[in-house]
Design a protein around this ligand. Structure first.
Ligand SMILES: Cc1cc2nc3c(=O)[nH]c(=O)nc-3n(C[C@H](O)[C@H](O)[C@H](O)COP(=O)(O)OP(=O)(O)OC[C@H]3O[C@@H](n4cnc5c(N)ncnc54)[C@H](O)[C@@H]3O)c2cc1C
Length: 181
């Protein structure tokens, strides 16, 4: 804990540096929040970092994984195969992390090992364990503490005339249609 118990060290904590974690860190940074990413591995990639067995690849088509390209983060990304293999997937996540500049927010080789919400002050007290190099291998030995705010409740998006409230589903009509299938 680097501050008094009532002052957060970070506005937000993101656990994991896979495709969803790095994008979450990016969005929080863009929103002007101080964010800490924590990843047990030594770099980003998540699933595609950990799974490296021969033949490891997507089982959905690559374009369905094209999130970062579609959002203009790596717009020129071209998949080399319809079902990309793990090496390409890891390159893809790394390219997205580079483009978003998120690594500077991450603490790698670190695990979130506990998180306790404190009613007084409304803060999370988070425990990290960090991997250290030892003579006989790696071990999680060092501990540090951090605290973050209770996340603000998101406000519902205002409805405008262009986004009318959808009508409730016509359940009797659906049931009738299902009977005929
Ligand atoms: C072999 C394989 C093939 C797949 N193929 C497809 C596919 O074709 N299509 C599809 O849509 N999905 C597929 N998936 C699912 C895939 O996991 C998701 O698509 C996606 O990668 C999940 O991303 P994520 O960032 O949410 O989680 P992950 O990629 O799982 O990343 C989570 C990260 O969090 C870290 N972490 C977890 N707990 C902690 C902690 N306490 N402290 C610090 N770090 C922590 C982990 O080390 C990990 O790096 C596949 C999964 C596997 C394993």
């Amino acid at each position: 804990m680097t501050h008094a118990d009532t002052k957060p060290d970070y506005d937000a904590l993101v656990i994991g540096g896979g495709i969803t974690g790095i994008y979450q860190v990016y969005l929080l940074d863009m929103a002007g929040m101080s964010v800490l990413g924590v990843e047990a591995a030594e770099d980003v990639g998540g699933t595609w970092y950990w799974n490296r067995y021969p033949g490891c690849r997507l089982d959905t088509e690559s374009y369905a994984y094209g999130y970062f390209a579609l959002n203009g983060i790596i717009p020129d990304w071209k998949w080399s195969e319809n079902f990309a293999g793990q090496p390409e997937m890891l390159r893809y996540v790394n390219a997205a992390a580079d483009a978003m500049g998120v690594r500077r927010h991450y603490r790698f080789n670190s695990k979130v090992s506990a998180a306790h919400f404190q009613d007084v002050g409304g803060l999370w007290k988070v425990t990290l364990s960090m991997r250290s190099k030892l003579e006989d291998g790696d071990a999680y030995v060092a501990w540090t503490f951090s605290s973050i705010h209770r996340p603000p409740k998101p406000k519902p998006a205002p409805r405008t005339p262009s986004t009318p409230t959808p009508p409730p589903p016509d359940l009797p009509a659906w049931k009738a249609r299902l009977k005929n299938i």
